[in-house]
Design a protein around this ligand. Structure first.
Ligand SMILES: Nc1ncnc2c1ncn2[C@@H]1O[C@H](COP(=O)(O)OP(=O)(O)O)[C@@H](O)[C@H]1O
Ligand SMILES: O=C(OP(=O)(O)O)[C@H](O)COP(=O)(O)O
Length: 398
């Protein structure tokens, strides 16, 4: 891979402490990992380094802790899940810096694997604070970044560490960039993007550039509600970031100027509770009851989405169209995923999808294997698509 050092350049790692940044931000329900794709994708890097006798020290975040350590966002259960995927024990330390981390690292033998607690339990992580970064670096001789899906974050463990230790791209980082370049480096038009999901505030800005790159943008999931509200629709109690309505309006103006069609839901499946099999009804998008929330796009919208998939030569997808984890609000996501998979199988579509939950949704639909490429990354993938610099990648090239 041009511009980087990879594991092919790392030399003899026997006995060396290698800090490996991975993305273990996996979907979890009732304490169980519901989709292990991200763990499976970083497994080759972990097993390769461990097999060569390195002490493999995994750094990762989990969720978005607001105020220091949060037991609900501990990585401890993920250590076991990682061990299950790689068929080796993965030890766990209750902090990523300080005495607990140092003691756990000191106890490691060559080839051992250790996962340190959620890096985001310290404010220094997201601030890329030099002092915090030095404390992380104290436990390593070398640094490997295999977290492409977090490479859009300039955090201590994704960017800062590469300034302090000899830095290398892991196998997944390398493979993701190569696959995206191959699939989307020079996409066949028309290019249709589907963007849904729930991370509205962290993804809405990048839609401003995306509409300049694609021919049509289908907006679903929680993301659609902010656009619907900006357009004047009442979305009741739906997930919606009303303060981002001006941004949504600006994106719609930008899209019109760039000749990018924006497709918003025309109907929705609404419920009063966010739970599986909640009583629900399908309503026109302009008739959402004030006490209800849109949890999926409706059948008319599914038809429209599928028509746009039919028109596309290239499909780019991040974010489910509805709350796919809870039946029956998975209907639109499953229908669109199956349709895109079948067009891809017929050789009529290049389909590239990404994101922790999007991958889980495609797996749920039984469609992932038929997509041209499934990335572990959502936000990072869209930023790569925009042509935005990814700090976690650029620092490896420095
Ligand atoms: N209408 C909706 N209301 C609430 N949550 C939604 C809705 N549509 C999708 N979601 C949620 O969005 C989440 C995924 O969003 P996001 O994290 O942005 O995707 P990814 O991880 O693929 O990048 C899922 O947990 C899903 O339940
Ligand atoms: O799940 C992730 O991104 P994604 O939801 O865009 O796929 C990454 O772990 C990054 O997480 P963040 O968006 O909290 O920085």
């Amino acid at each position: 891979m041009a511009g980087f050092k990879t594991l092919d350049d790392i030399g003899d790692v026997k006995g060396k402490r290698v800090l490996v940044r991975v993305d273990l931000n996996v979907p979890v329900a009732d304490g169980k990992v519901t989709d292990a794709t991200r763990i499976e994708r970083v497994a080759p890097t972990i097993t390769e380094l461990s097999g060569k006798g390195a002490k493999v020290i995994l750094l990762a975040h989990f969720g978005r802790p607001k105020d220091g350590p949060d037991p609900a966002l501990s990585l401890e259960p993920i250590a076991k899940a990682t061990g299950d995927v790689i068929s080796k024990p993965v030890a766990f330390a209750a902090d990523c810096i300080g005495d607990k981390a140092a003691a756990a690292v000191a106890a490691m033998k060559d080839g051992d694997i250790l996962l340190l607690e959620n890096t985001r339990f310290h404010k220094g992580e997201e601030k890329n604070d030099p002092d915090f970064t030095r404390q992380l670096a104290a436990n390593g001789d070398l640094y490997v970044n295999d977290a492409f899906s977090a490479a859009h974050r300039a955090h201590a463990s994704t960017e800062g560490l590469a300034h302090l230790l000899p830095a290398y791209a892991g196998r997944t980082m390398q493979a993701e960039l190569e696959a995206l370049e191959k699939g989307l480096g020079n996409p066949v038009r028309p290019v249709v993007a589907i963007v849904g999901g729930a991370k509205v505030s962290s993804k809405i800005d990048l839609l401003m550039n995306l509409v300049k790159k694609v021919d049509a943008l289908v907006i679903g999931g929680g993301m659609a509600n902010t656009f619907l509200a900006a357009r004047g629709s009442d979305v009741g109690k739906s997930l919606c970031e009303h303060d981002l309505a001006p941004t949504a309006k600006q994106i719609m103006i930008e899209a019109a100027q760039s000749g990018c069609a924006i497709i918003l839901p025309s109907d929705g499946v609404v419920a009063r509770e966010f739970k599986a099999n909640a009583a629900n009804e399908t309503v026109s998008i302009d008739a959402v009851p004030a006490d209800a929330m849109i949890l999926d796009v409706g059948p008319k919208t599914i038809e429209t989405v599928n028509q746009w998939i039919d028109r596309a030569a290239t499909l780019v997808w991040n974010g489910p169209l509805g709350a796919f984890e809870i039946a029956p609000f998975d209907r639109a996501t499953v229908a669109a995923a199956k349709h895109a998979a079948s067009r891809t199988r017929e050789g009529k579509l290049v389909s590239v999808a990404g994101g922790g939950d999007t991958v889980a949704a495609l797996n749920h639909a039984g469609a992932a294997d038929d997509f041209s490429y499934v990335s572990t990354a959502g936000g990072a993938f869209l930023e790569w698509m925009e042509g935005k610099p990814l700090p976690g990648v650029d620092v490896l090239k420095a």
